[in-house]
Write a protein that binds this ligand. Structure first.
Ligand code: HAM
Length: 490
């Protein structure tokens, strides 16, 4: 990524929930079901009182029961007042309204045992209103463990005024993301992404193509040859709404609607585009016959898409057009792409990305800033590398130092430092080992050489180097050691 002039950005592991809800979209699976969200506060005593009120079912004709409920409400109100005045609970109009309501309900309910003025139904109504008001209290802001990083990068871009920096901002990141999905091979609740984003005033298709080229170069560097790059354009704010309506009308036709599964039926209303990437076998035939977005793009989007394909050809990046590639996050427009790998099995999406030209503005940033990016699933990437090379990569030492005897130890410590300074990977056993044991350990560590330092070596000032591949041994003068390893590793 650095060779393409991308610089690293590190964003926090959590952000305000609102950021993800607004950018990824409330109707998406990620936001509606998969986010790890918490109220950010230290008011566990208030939380306890609230939960007790919420689960309590009091009998209207038992004065003690009613009294306990009211005591709980009063205690919650006074705890909340104290927390608000100490600045531990947000002082918002919603909270003030909920507290006023609770004070009034407490008084009204208190009359019940004395006057028997309330019947069962009236009391139930009161109790429900108490539960609603208690539920409306917000003890702290909602925060979410990041399910992806594009929203965070855009937030950081806006917050740090990065549009003032010269040229496009080309940023990459590596780090953990969190989604509450059903864990299985290739799908984890904490997983890792390697991603990149380009933000700037231009939406030139060359930017899209260079980003995709960089991705394919990365895969090829890692010897992943079997993959498919799928591309599509999902239009813009001008053309997509018209297409979505057309699609919705088509999907509402009874002969189609009746054959859809429950998820797709719901999406006909909430987000018909998502029907396109349904994996249900019985829906595949229907989806193949639905109108394709590529046939309903406006002229600007069509030109952008055609130029993207030319740019990819120019860079010799093979691609497959996939009219069904709509992606699961709401911020995309125009270019979308995914890389799938046949060696991954069911979770075969190695990487996904696309253009999100309206996102910076949506999140309150400057007008006219466009963006495109991708994220590669690092866990799946490593599976694919291991599968492609058919090896289990383990880290191996260049040199294992087998030292024997008290006088050998200081020499071993000194030489380990010298060799490490020359960037060799050196394993220095912390306690003395018998020669045979040291050789076995060196072999297991996958070391290329064993540097033997014993009494003989100290006396003769000639160290012994044993190559593990062929068992050859050589005597090397201490001052020649660095040269010896430099020439061997070249
Ligand atoms: P995404 O398609 O949601 O896109 O995720 C990208 C990649 O992350 C997937 O292709 C997959 O390899 C990996 N991934 C997703 N969920 C899991 C999981 N539960 N376990 C393991 N791997 C997973 C995004 O996240 C967008 N932010 C990409 C992007 C960047 N678009 C523009 N810029």
């Amino acid at each position: 990524m650095e060779s393409y002039n991308f610089g690293e950005i590190r964003t926090p592991i959590f952000e305000e929930t609102e950021l993800f809800a607004r950018s990824i979209g409330g109707e998406t699976d990620v936001v509606s079901k998969e986010m790890y969200t918490f109220a950010d506060h230290s008011l566990s005593h208030l939380e306890w009182t609230r939960n007790t009120i919420l689960v309590r079912r009091s009998a209207h004709d038992d004065p003690i029961d009613v009294k306990i409920l009211i005591q709980l409400v009063d205690s919650l109100v006074s705890q909340a007042e104290a927390a608000t005045s100490e600045g531990e609970m947000p002082k918002t109009p919603d909270n003030a309204r909920a507290l006023d309501r609770l004070r009034a309900l407490s008084e009204a309910t208190l009359l019940v045992p004395q006057t028997a003025a309330m019947g069962k139904e009236e009391f139930e109504l009161c109790a429900n209103q108490i539960r609603a008001a208690v539920g409306a209290l917000k003890f702290g802001d909602l925060i979410t463990l990041r399910p992806e990083a594009t929203a965070s990068v855009v937030r950081a871009y806006i917050e740090h005024g990065m549009q003032m920096r010269p040229g496009d901002q080309k940023l990459y990141y590596i780090g953990p993301m969190f989604r509450r999905e059903r864990p299985q091979k290739g799908r984890y609740r904490q997983f890792y992404q390697i991603g990149a984003e380009v933000l700037g005033t231009s939406d030139a298709p060359a930017i899209d193509a260079e980003l995709i080229e960089m991705l394919t170069v990365l895969l090829e560097h890692c010897q992943i040859e079997k993959y498919t790059l799928l591309i599509n354009s999902i239009g813009c704010a001008n053309c997509r709404p018209k297409y979505v309506e057309l699609l919705r009308a088509e999907l509402r036709k009874p002969e189609i609607y009746e054959r859809l599964g429950a998820d797709s039926k719901r999406r006909v209303e909430t987000n018909p585009l998502r029907v396109m990437d349904s994996k249900l076998p019985e829906e595949q035939e229907i989806i193949e016959k639905l109108p394709k977005i590529s046939e309903h793009l406006c002229d600007d989007c069509k030109t952008h898409y055609e130029k993207l394909k030319k740019e990819l050809d120019l860079r010799k990046v093979p691609f497959t057009e996939s009219p069904r590639l709509v992606r699961g996050l709401d911020y995309y427009m125009r270019t979308t792409f995914e890389i799938t790998s046949p060696i991954l099995g069911a979770q075969n999406a190695l990487c996904g990305g696309g253009r999100y030209d309206g996102l910076v503005e949506l999140l309150g940033g400057p007008k006219g800033i466009k963006g495109i990016g991708f994220a590669l699933g690092e866990d799946r990437f490593i599976d694919a590398i291991q599968e492609a090379k058919k090896v289990h990569p383990t880290r191996t030492a260049d040199v294992f130092i087998a030292w024997m005897g008290e006088s050998a130890y200081p020499v071993a410590v000194r030489l380990a430092r010298v060799l490490r300074g020359e960037k060799h990977i050196v394993e220095l056993p912390p306690v003395e080992m018998k020669f045979r044991k040291a050789l076995e350990r060196a072999d297991k560590a996958g070391a290329r050489c064993v540097l033997i330092i014993g009494d003989d070596e100290i006396a003769s000032k000639q160290l012994t180097v044993k190559r593990l591949a062929d068992g050859q041994q050589e005597k090397i003068a201490e001052d020649q050691l660095v040269n010896y390893f430099a020439s061997k590793s070249n």
